[in-house]
Design a protein. Structure first.
Length: 76
């Protein structure tokens, strides 16, 4: 994430997440050569770690809302 932010590929906003920036240049894509599989593997590594602090501090109300959102995703 830090490397992507340094390259200007993403904006990291504390409390909000990481957002892909529109990168200008050849075909509008950043100059990093990663595949979809590599990206997916990277997400598996850091998304669980990022969710751990949230799981510790979640309120009952937030947990109920999260459950409703997961159910809605399941219906989709």
């Amino acid at each position: 994430m830090i490397a992507l932010a340094v390259q200007g590929c993403i904006d990291v906003r504390v409390g909000a997440g990481a957002f892909v920036r529109r990168v200008r240049g050849e075909e509008g894509r950043p100059g990093i050569g990663i595949t979809t599989l590599e990206l997916t593997e990277a997400r598996l590594v850091f998304e669980g770690e990022a969710a751990a602090p949230a799981a510790i501090t979640i309120t009952d109300q937030e947990l109920a809302e999260l459950k409703l959102l997961v159910e809605a995703i399941g219906r989709e």
